[in-house]
Design a protein around this ligand. Structure first.
Ligand code: EPU
Length: 447
């Protein structure tokens, strides 16, 4: 553990319930895409309530490399994107961002429309499975793009322009749906996308694009139709709140027997989470006052109950809600079952929980619910959690963003002093988590 600097290690004195209030801002998984969409506009765009997280810095860096001027507006969290001088970026400079985010792949469509070519570095992101980009590449080819793999990444051109296409995704991938939306809006003719992802962040991206002048119809049964238009203007947009961050704090409140008001959280985006939260024995209360509203989540006392849960695409239980809730499930009486159907390797973090006293067994079989595409492919993608377990402190190394936050919750719930290594990864998606932890009465310090 010697190769971590002091700012990357959090000492957590656990065993204290989290109590208090915090605010969530615009959803990371919308904000980053809306920033890319700004590239398509011929006039400036304005995005409000942008969280100060590492992923926003990465996309800002990538936009600036392509000639976009990114400035702060008058309001806290307001960013302005001026795209009047979009230009090609130096390949080596783009590559500096390789490994830090998966967002670069979404630059393809906008750059092809603005400049006629795009370069995409090798992609990073969380270590939660193979995370292939085959759906993206296939879709781009069907729009007429030519994709050449080079040593440093991918060179993409569109010698005959981009034309609308009839597409069907093998799986309703969030990223591939965004790729197709960002490409189809200015492609010539109509694009019909079947088996699209329809997560709230996708619908919000469609709202952004509609403000820019795009014509997009969302039909029933995951069908989206996009009528290409020759030009788009900038937008002004207030993003949906971050429902992953909201659920993470809710799970932290439950696991530590605390009481947390998450200002900005919205019921409509979190209905599936709220159902599970109630089934486990958590309590919540919605305050829908404009501007000041949010959701209060708390442990009502007594024992939590074991549940069976399965992650899925929207409107199912989000894969990103799984890891924080599993920590709370270690405190529930009985056997809980988790079936992860979105990513094939998103249960690795449970080994650290076992090290802290949890009893979690992972399985290759599809447990509970319906068989998924990972069942026959030898992936540890189901888990049984036997509880309640008394968690004790440990030294933990953060493997990825969401698992990292779960490690943090486990350390907060455990008796004793834990050291959590690699906390900078959490800054990718959680704004000022350390300040928020302090505000909630947690005993944590860096170093
Ligand atoms: N997939 C393919 N081929 C592709 C694309 C995806 O096989 O070309 C597979 C993936 O391997 C995975 C499944 O499809 O098994 C779903 O992946 P998806 O494309 O939906 O995920 P993503 O767009 O890469 C986004 C979020 C994730 C979130 C997922 C699911 C962003 C930047 N990331 O990823 O968020 O878990 O959708 O909702 O929006 C996070 O915030 O920590 C995070 C990982």
């Amino acid at each position: 553990m010697t190769n971590y600097d002091a700012g990357d290690v959090l000492t957590v004195h656990g065993g204290t319930p989290l109590n208090g209030e915090l605010r969530v801002r615009g959803a990371k998984n919308l904000v980053s895409k809306a920033m890319v969409a700004a590239l398509l506009g011929e006039t400036p765009s304005r995005l409000y309530d942008v969280p100060a997280i590492r992923d926003v810095e990465v996309v800002t860096g990538l936009l600036e490399l392509h000639g976009v001027k990114v400035t702060r507006g008058a309001l806290d969290g307001e960013l302005v994107f001026d795209t009047s001088d979009v230009e090609s970026a130096n390949v080596d400079e783009i590559n500096v961002h390789a490994g830090s985010s998966r967002i670069p792949i979404l630059f393809c469509g906008p750059l092809l429309h603005r400049l006629g070519h795009a370069f995409i570095p090798d992609l990073g992101g969380c270590n939660i499975g193979g995370r292939p980009i085959d759906f993206h590449i296939q879709a781009l080819r069907e729009f007429g793009a030519v994709v050449d793999k080079s040593e440093k990444g991918m060179d993409i051109t569109a010698p005959d322009g981009l034309k609308g296409a009839k597409l069907e995704l093998p799986y309703p991938s969030v990223g591939a749906t965004e790729q197709i939306l960002l490409t189809a809006v200015r492609a010539e003719g109509v694009t019909e996308l079947r088996n699209a992802a329809v997560e709230p962040e996708i619908i919000d991206l469609i709202c952004v694009l509609q403000k820019m002048g795009a014509i997009i119809k969302v039909h029933t049964d995951r069908v989206i139709e996009i009528q290409g238009v020759p030009r788009l203007t900038g937008y002004s947009h207030r993003p949906i709140p971050d429902r992953i961050e909201a659920a993470s704090w809710a799970a932290a409140a439950l696991a530590t027997r605390g009481d947390v008001f998450v200002k900005g959280a919205r019921q409509a985006d979190m209905m599936t989470f709220l159902n599970l939260f109630t089934s486990v024995g958590g309590a919540f209360e919605i305050d829908d006052a404009p501007g000041t509203g949010g959701i209060r989540f708390w442990h009502p006392g007594g024992e939590l109950k074991a549940v069976a849960m399965e992650t899925d695409v929207h409107p199912g239980f989000m894969t990103d809600w799984q890891q924080p809730m599993v920590v709370a499930l270690t405190q529930a009486r009985g056997l809980s079952i988790v079936h992860e159907t979105v990513y094939e390797r998103r249960l690795g973090y449970t080994a650290a929980l076992n090290q802290m006293g949890a009893t979690i067994q992972t399985y290759r079989e599809c447990l509970g619910g319906t068989p998924c595409r990972f069942g026959r492919r030898n992936f540890m993608h189901s888990a049984v959690i036997a509880g309640p377990s008394k968690l004790h402190a440990a030294d933990l190394v953060i493997p990825d963003l969401r698992a990292g936050f779960s490690h943090l919750i486990a350390a907060l719930a455990a008796e004793g002093t834990s050291r959590v290594y690699g906390v900078k990864l959490i800054q990718r998606g959680y704004e000022d988590f350390e300040g928020k932890l302090n505000a909630l009465g947690a005993h944590v310090e860096l170093g």
